[in-house]
Write a protein of this length. Structure first.
Length: 47
């Protein structure tokens, strides 16, 4: 599956990652149809 991955400040990549799997009985996998990002979530990108 494709995911956006933050490797370092200013280094954001769109890459293939493994499909998620259930590892514990309390885990859940959800499917998102839409999402958004808060401005404060962008601080790690700039460093």
């Amino acid at each position: 599956m494709l995911a956006t991955v933050l490797h370092a400040p200013g280094d954001v990549r769109y890459e293939d990652v493994p499909e998620p799997v259930i590892q514990k009985p309390t885990d859940a996998i959800i499917k998102l149809s839409a999402s958004c990002i808060c401005g404060s979530d962008l601080w790690p990108i700039g460093g």
